[in-house]
Ligand binder design. Structure first.
Ligand SMILES: Cc1cc2nc3c(=O)[nH]c(=O)nc-3n(C[C@H](O)[C@H](O)[C@H](O)COP(=O)(O)OP(=O)(O)OC[C@H]3O[C@@H](n4cnc5c(N)ncnc54)[C@H](O)[C@@H]3O)c2cc1C
Length: 421
């Protein structure tokens, strides 16, 4: 069976990999000249199984209110005359109900655990070469109220079979000695030893190379304009090539992996995907003094910033802006990431040569990605991975492949049968 995968980011390329290895004939289409050139380009690098709690949780409304109107706040809601944005925000609030948060956390934890195992197996099977290291993730707490919850959070992670250790300030320093120079030391932390960090772009480039060598066709520089459908069936995908020529790409089945743009492509088919683009920033800085730089991946829970050493580079990412598809960078937000590096690891990096980037996280109100069958006969979804698209990539793709092969996917996760709640 020929499957056309729409989008060549983390979701699309991993989907192509698992489908190909399950015996499907696979092609991939993307508007960019290569893979992982949009949101998967320079993310925080964390495989963060230890962070299954969704953004929408009982504490979120209060935190968001506190941050309202503050330009440099970790989360910024910029109201627009866009019903899609307001509907998404209302659904986000609904997901903050305690029982919904518990349900979403359990689903994300199950998929994340499975995904990390799939990534490990893929590395064993392929000996894929990309920058990565498994040294765990250390979550740092600076706010007394949040630090007081460390033990409860560790217990909660244990209930989801995720290994984590509650740490006092001294233990945080023992795990990551480079924190000794920090101007504002943490009150405590949670260390998840099985988590890891890796360069998603390098991973996807290497995987694409393997797939091309195995005969998978990649149509790059090819913009998807519309999905032709009749009687509940996708008949083909209308595309525009770089030289302006238009074509139709046909397949037996289609998988939508177009990130934040997914809702726009299927709205004309009557499918309403609850995905909204949430802009985030990253800076990548060369490490000039390895003794002062971290070796462990870190999450600053107060400022919602993640930091991953990726070889000779330190990648720091964070902040969330709900402002539609606007990709113009906010220099203040980029500066705040550089400032964080300077106060956390003074002298470790060379900020003058920092590379700044921003991307749109394809975010659902529940933080659960949409994986499974659409309301159309031969259209599937693997999209909406929000802030965890690297963590969940391999597991989501392997699970979708199981579904498309007529098998029951391994993780206990609400896969789609064509309806969304
Ligand atoms: C600042 C930041 C930090 C992050 N940190 C982490 C982290 O540490 N750990 C983690 O797990 N996740 C992280 N994420 C999230 C993760 O990067 C995303 O969830 C993931 O990249 C989404 O992958 P995707 O394949 O769904 O989307 P994309 O990577 O955006 O891929 C979609 C593809 O579809 C193509 N496309 C779209 N529309 C069309 C069209 N009309 N025609 C043709 N092609 C089209 C695009 O060109 C693109 O290549 C972070 C995200 C951001 C922004």
């Amino acid at each position: 069976m020929h499957v056309l995968v729409l989008g060549a980011g983390l979701a699309g390329v991993t989907t192509a990999w698992y489908l190909k290895h399950a015996g499907f004939d696979v092609s991939v289409v993307d508007r960019q000249p290569g893979p992982a050139m949009e949101t998967s380009f320079a993310n925080g690098g964390q495989i963060s199984v230890s962070h299954p709690e969704p953004w929408a949780n009982p504490g979120a409304p209060g935190t968001i209110l506190r941050w309202l109107g503050k330009d440099a706040a970790p989360l910024r809601f910029i109201p627009r005359a866009d019903w899609h944005q307001w509907l998404w925000a209302a659904r986000f609030m609904r997901e903050c109900l305690p029982w919904r948060t518990r349900r979403n956390t359990a689903a994300i934890a199950a998929l994340a655990r499975y995904s990390r195992a799939c990534l490990e197996q893929l590395r064993i099977d392929t000996a894929l070469h990309y920058t990565h290291a498994r040294r765990g993730i250390l979550h740092l707490f600076f706010d007394p109220a949040e630090a007081a919850r460390i033990r409860d959070r560790v217990d909660e992670l244990a209930r989801h079979a995720i290994a984590a250790e509650a740490c006092d300030a001294a233990r945080c320093l023992a795990i990551e000695p480079a924190l000794a120079d920090m101007t504002r030391p943490p009150l405590g932390g949670i260390y998840a030893p099985d988590d890891e960090a890796g360069d998603a772009k390098e991973f996807i480039d290497a995987l694409t190379g393997r797939l091309q060598a195995e005969g998978v066709r990649f149509h790059f520089d090819t913009r998807i304009d519309a999905l032709d459908h009749r009687g509940g069936l996708i008949e083909g995908v209308r595309v525009t090539l770089l030289d302006g020529r238009t074509e139709r790409l046909d397949a037996s089945s289609y998988v939508l992996c177009t990130g934040s743009y997914s809702p726009l492509l299927v709205a004309p088919l009557g499918e309403r995907l609850p995905i909204y683009p949430v802009k985030g920033y990253s800076v990548s800085v060369p490490i000039i003094d390895p003794a002062r730089a971290p070796r462990v991946s870190l999450t600053d829970e107060a400022r919602r910033i993640v930091c991953s050493p990726l070889g000779h580079t330190l990648r720091v990412a964070g902040t969330a802006e709900l402002n539609g598809y606007d990709l113009s960078p906010n220099p203040r937000r980029q500066a705040s990431l550089l400032e964080w590096i300077d106060t956390t690891f003074p002298g470790a990096t060379d900020p003058a040569t920092a590379q700044a980037w921003c991307g749109l996280r394809p975010t659902t109100p529940s933080n659960r990605p949409l994986i499974g069958k659409s309301g159309l006969v031969n259209l599937y979804y693997n999209t909406g991975h929000g802030s965890l698209g690297w963590t969940l990539a391999c597991g989501s793709a392997a699970a979708l492949t199981a579904l498309m092969s007529g098998h029951r996917p391994e993780p206990d996760f609400p896969f789609l049968g064509g309806r969304f709640d």
